[in-house]
Write a protein that binds this ligand. Structure first.
Ligand SMILES: Cc1cc2nc3c(=O)[nH]c(=O)nc-3n(C[C@H](O)[C@H](O)[C@H](O)COP(=O)(O)OP(=O)(O)OC[C@H]3O[C@@H](n4cnc5c(N)ncnc54)[C@H](O)[C@@H]3O)c2cc1C
Length: 284
């Protein structure tokens, strides 16, 4: 199907993009990699009158280390994140999530900012970024604000992003003990269920902190807080990890769908949570 007709605008600066969003309000949509927006337009699920193409804006692509965290420009491609030495060394779970997104074409066009702004409940970045305690810099007509992943994702395809704002950066704390495990849908490659895990250990080798996020069980990724508290202070061995992972779906109420019933999703959530935790623990 062809998309509805639209006007194509190419701002030469971030400020111009923000001003175009302000000028056209709900009629305008930002275009980054186009790998979620264009399919939605072709299905007429989205019919923006104006497309504001930010994909070539300068200074919004790249990864740098700053004060113990990674600062990732919103236009950074999934492939750049997956192959970055800085990411693979400092936050291996993030590289693992990026390299599992879609196929080669998707990874070479899609952007991290587009993925988090789109907030697809079956997308990979929201899950791992929630586990990593990442935050997002949102820039609008009145300047920039920083929102933690815990507060950013509201529900399916819904975030706290204002229509006049652009995601400009993703900030990710260093996390050597991080991992991502995904059960992909065999047809689409999107996650059915996935888990992002971040562990730290104390001087005696026990778990000092755990952040665990699970995708596929709700309209947005959710923290598996029972798993987190079950690990606190415990030795990070196979038994404690398996016992904690059994609680991965606690407090969730996933839907049955054409691919899998809720009971199956709840079960594989514990399987993939165990995998992610075992990988994260092995990296400490
Ligand atoms: C065949 C296929 C397979 C895929 N498989 C997966 C998968 O396995 N896992 C996965 O996670 N994703 C998958 N995707 C989605 C892919 O990762 C997209 O690239 C990503 O979700 C959106 O990024 P984008 O840059 O393409 O955004 P776009 O499609 O350009 O935009 C998406 C939305 O975000 C808004 N937006 C874009 N950039 C910004 C910004 N900087 N600030 C504010 N709003 C912005 C746009 O207005 C639009 O509403 C797949 C896509 C395809 C086509």
């Amino acid at each position: 199907m062809y998309p509805a007709s639209f006007e194509y605008l190419v701002p030469s600066s971030l400020q111009e993009a923000i001003s175009l969003l302000g000028q056209h309000g709900d009629d305008a949509k930002l275009l980054a990699g186009g790998h979620s927006l264009i399919p939605a337009m072709k299905l007429r699920l989205q019919e923006p009158k104006y497309l504001v193409d930010i994909s070539r804006l300068p200074d919004m692509r790249g990864i740098r280390e700053q004060g113990g965290q990674l600062v990732i420009g919103a236009l950074t491609l999934h492939a750049d994140v997956a192959t970055s030495d800085v990411v693979r060394r400092g936050v291996p779970g993030l590289a693992e999530a990026a390299e599992r997104i879609g196929d080669v074409q998707v990874r070479n066009r899609g952007t991290i900012g587009g993925s988090v702004a789109h907030a697809d409940p079956n997308a990979d970045y929201p899950v791992i970024l929630l586990a990593l305690n990442a935050s997002f810099v949102l820039t609008g007509p009145n300047g920039s604000r920083t929102v933690a992943a815990d507060d950013f994702f509201v529900d399916l395809f819904t975030t706290t992003l204002d229509p006049s704002e652009v995601v400009t950066e993703v900030h990710v704390p260093g996390a050597a003990g991080s991992a991502y495990a995904k059960f992909p849908h065999p047809a689409s490659g999107y996650l059915v269920v996935s888990c992002g895990a971040v562990l730290t250990k104390d001087a005696s080798g026990n778990c000092a902190s755990a952040r665990v996020a699970v995708g596929g069980l709700a309209g947005k990724p959710v923290r598996a807080t029972t798993v987190e508290s079950a690990l606190a202070g415990k030795p990070l061995n196979a038994d404690t990890i398996a016992a904690a992972s059994a609680h991965a779906a606690d407090g969730t109420d996933p839907d049955d769908d054409l691919f899998a019933p809720a009971i199956y999703k709840r079960h594989i959530a514990s399987v993939y949570t165990r995998q992610a935790l075992e990988s994260a623990a092995a990296r400490l």
